[in-house]
Design a protein around this ligand. Structure first.
Ligand SMILES: C[S@@+](CC[C@H](N)C(=O)[O-])C[C@H]1O[C@@H](n2cnc3c(N)ncnc32)[C@H](O)[C@@H]1O
Ligand code: SF4
Length: 306
C-alpha cells in the first residue's frame, strides 16, 4: 500500500520559530549525550535513507502544494548528516518546492566544524539559511559538567564559520545549569557566556539570535538521576534571574549597530523577556529587576515546560 502520511519519530521537537515550517525527519536521535536533553530518550541514532526522505517530500508536495517557503529538518543534530547527503536532500527540497526561502537544522558546534567553509557555502546557496546551535554556556567547566563535548572556543569558531557563509546563527543558552547555592559557578556561567556572545558579535548589522531557556529536568535524563539521588538541586527563580542579569550586564559589543535578537520568553522561562542587544540592555535589565521585585509576575513552576 502506498504511504500517505509524512513519517515522524515522536515526540517531535523543533524550535518555536519553526512552528509554521514543513517538518521533515532527516535524522533520528542525536550522536551526543548532554545530561539534560530528552534526545537521549531515543535509544538509537540514525540518518534516514534518502529514498524515504524523498518519499516524504513527495507526500508533502501532495498535501501542501508547491508553495512551501520554509522547511525544518528534524532531529537533535541533523547537521551531523554527511555533506553529500545534505546536498542531495536540499536539491530535492528545492525541486519539490520551487518557492522555498529557508531551511533550518539543529546543529552541535562540532557538526559545523566538521564541514569545510566551501561545503557550508554550498549548503547556504541551496537554502540552508539558519542553524540552531545549543551553546548552553560559555563556561568550559560547565560544558564539561553537562557532557556537551565542546568548548567555548569551538562555539566561537563554529559561529564565525556560519557568519562567513551567511547562515544565520540562532544560539541557545540554559540558565540554572550550576544548580542552587553555587554562586561562583553561576556567576562564571553568566560572565563567560556574555564573553562568548561579545566575541562572536559580527561587525555588521545582520540579524542573529541569542536565547536563554531555563533548565528543565525531564525524567530519563542524567540530570534527573543526579537530582533524584540528591546530587543536584534546582535553582530558585530568583537565582535564575540574578544569573540572567549578570549575563546582560556583561554584554558589551564593539559594534554598536549589532542586530542581535535576544529572547528569554520560552515556556521554560519564569519571565518573558525580548529585546535587541545591546540597544535594549537597560530595558531588559529593568524587566529582570521587575521580576526580582514582583514575584507574582513570574510563571509558576507548574506552567513551565520544554
Ligand atoms: C534539541 S536541542 C538541539 C541543539 C543542538 N543539538 C546542539 O546541542 O547544539 C535544542 C536546545 O534546547 C535546549 N534544551 C534542551 N533540553 C533542555 C532542558 N532540559 N532544559 C532547558 N533547555 C533545554 C538546549 O539549549 C538545546 O541546545
Ligand atoms: S542538546 Fe543537542 S547535542 Fe546535546 S543531546 Fe540534545 S540534541 Fe544532542
Amino acid at each position: 500500500m502506498p504511504q500517505d502520511s509524512i513519517y515522524y519519530c515522536h515526540p517531535v521537537f523543533r524550535p518555536p520559530s519553526e512552528a509554521n515550517s514543513l517538518l521533515i525527519q532527516l535524522t533520528e536521535g542525536c550522536t551526543y549525550r548532554c545530561t539534560f536533553c530528552i534526545s537521549n530518550l531515543r535509544r538509537k541514532f540514525k540518518i534516514r535513507a534518502l529514498e524515504d526522505i524523498k518519499k516524504d517530500f513527495e507526500i508533502a508536495r501532495k498535501i501542501y502544494g508547491p508553495n512551501v517557503k520554509r522547511i525544518f529538518f528534524l532531529d537533535g543534530n541533523g547537521m551531523v548528516t554527511p555533506f553529500q547527503d545534505l546536498l542531495e536532500v536540499l536539491n530535492y527540497a528545492n525541486k519539490s518546492f520551487p518557492y522555498l526561502e529557508r531551511c533550518g537544522i539543529y546543529a552541535h558546534s562540532k557538526d559545523i566544524l566538521k564541514k569545510t567553509d566551501i561545503q557550508l557555502e554550498e549548503l547556504s546557496k541551496l537554502g540552508l539559511k539558519i542553524l540552531y546551535v545549543g551553546f548552553e554556556t560559555g563556561s568550559n567547566e560547565l560544558l564539561n559538567d553537562i557532557n556537551k563535548q565542546v568548548t567555548k572556543e569551538d562555539h566561537i569558531k563554529a559561529s564565525k564559520k556560519l557568519f562567513n557563509v551567511n547562515i544565520t546563527l540562532s544560539a541557545t543558552f540554559i540558565n540554572g545549569l550550576s544548580g542552587s547555592n553555587n554562586q561562583e559557578i553561576s556567576k562564571n556561567h553568566a560572565i563567560e557566556s556574555a564573553d562568548l556572545v561579545n566575541k562572536i558579535c559580527p561587525d555588521d548589522s545582520r540579524l542573529w539570535y541569542i536565547a536563554f531557556l531555563s533548565l528543565m529536568i525531564p525524567p530519563g535524563t542524567k540530570i534527573y538521576e543526579k537530582k533524584s539521588v540528591g546530587n543536584f538541586k534546582e535553582m530558585t527563580p530568583n537565582e535564575i534571574l540574578e544569573e540572567l542579569k549578570t549575563f546582560i550586564q556583561h554584554i558589551n559589543f564593539k559594534n554598536k549597530n549589532a542586530n542581535c535578537v535576544f529572547r528569554s520568553n520560552h515556556a521554560s522561562n519564569y519571565l518573558p523577556i525580548k529585546g535587541t542587544l545591546e540597544k535594549d540592555k537597560e530595558k531588559i535589565l529593568n524587566t529582570i529587576d521587575y521580576g526580582l521585585t514582583y514575584k507574582e509576575s513570574l510563571r509558576p513552576d507548574y506552567y513551565r515546560r520544554l
